[in-house]
Design a protein around this ligand. Structure first.
Ligand code: PXL
Length: 310
């Protein structure tokens, strides 16, 4: 039996709380251990909700989000919006199965009203109706807690998954973002620009996304538009631009990197860090994980979550 002798720290992810969370995450009997905790300890754990899809292959979606939250010692909750499957007999072609609206509504209310969240992250929202529902639920929390909007429009590359939904995200959802995390394609869609071909384009897009209501915008991989190419992201807080530097890692094993990046940002915000530091930390974590990428099968590979925390 281990005893903790530290001082209870009100910054919730240090001191006793960190120790308890670490033990919750590593205990072989998590459930029993959690139930045995006094209620006041459960109530001080910081809670974070992901409203996103299930990536059955495990690299992206809520699987990535919850795994990331757990590694940050946060209490993760999920509201599932869609199930994505991949066809092993047809070149890993993706199929999307949206969840019924009322089921999503019940899940969000369970988490936000029934339990309460300190931070919210959104991922894949597969129909304009689902986007509108999520937006209606986020409305009560704007300015009260951090909200990370990952405006997922593509699964891989730049082939739009839901082309007709870009407008719904731009008009209904982006205004709730404490931080919005579009890739180059999503940024162009949100900014209503045909395509981004330079850093200057990316800066213009960031301004437009900010005007659409996002408080902070991080456009991923703007460094790939520059020469020599890097993995740098562009960060805009409404006043200043910053470049989040990163070395380009030459791999196609990037499945789930976007979801993981946005979850790290959400987790950092949940722990009380400011938006820019949260993005810098997320960039660092994802880069470390990507250095140890691995393949899941002949079609897809992903980053090593564990290495992000070393
Ligand atoms: O990486 C984008 C993404 C987000 N969410 C879900 C996914 C994917 C890509 O496959 O399946 C559920």
């Amino acid at each position: 039996m281990l005893f903790y002798t530290g001082i209870l720290n009100t910054h919730l992810n240090t001191g006793l709380n960190a120790s308890l969370n670490t033990r919750l995450n590593t205990s072989k009997h998590n459930h029993t251990y959690f139930k045995s905790l006094p209620n006041w300890i459960k109530y001080i754990m910081k809670k974070i909700l992901t409203i996103a899809g299930s990536d059955t292959s495990g690299g992206a979606g809520i699987q990535a989000d919850l795994r990331t939250f757990a590694k940050h010692n946060l209490f993760g909750m999920s509201a599932l919006t869609v199930i994505v499957t991949m066809d092993p007999n047809n070149g890993w072609a993706h199929s999307v199965f949206p969840i019924e609206l009322s089921t999503i509504e019940h899940q969000i209310d369970t988490a936000l009203i029934g339990v309460g969240a300190d931070t919210i992250k959104t991922g894949m929202l597969p129909t304009p109706e689902i986007i509108a529902l999520v937006a209606s639920r986020l409305d009560a929390y704007i300015g009260k807690l951090p909200i990370v909007i990952d405006p997922v429009m593509v699964c891989k590359g730049d082939k739009p998954l839901f082309p007709e939904h870009a407008d719904a995200i731009r008009v209904n959802l982006i205004k709730y973002a404490t931080v919005a995390t579009p890739n180059l394609f999503e940024a162009a869609q949100l900014a209503q620009m045909p395509v981004l071909t330079s850093l200057e384009d990316a800066k213009n897009a960031a301004v437009k996304i900010h005007q659409a209501g996002a408080k902070n915008v991080v456009i991923k991989l703007v460094g790939t538009l520059c020469s020599p190419q890097t993995s740098a992201d562009l960060y805009f807080d409404g006043e200043n631009f910053s470049i989040l530097e990163g070395k380009l890692i030459n791999t196609s094993h990037t499945h789930g990197v976007g979801c993981t990046f946005a979850s790290h940002i959400a987790a950092n915000l949940c722990k009380g860090l400011d938006p820019k530091t949260s993005c810098l930390n997320a960039k660092d974590a994802v880069s470390k994980g990507l250095m140890h990428h691995f393949s899941l099968n002949e079609y897809v590979g992903t980053l090593d979550f564990e290495k992000s925390f070393e």
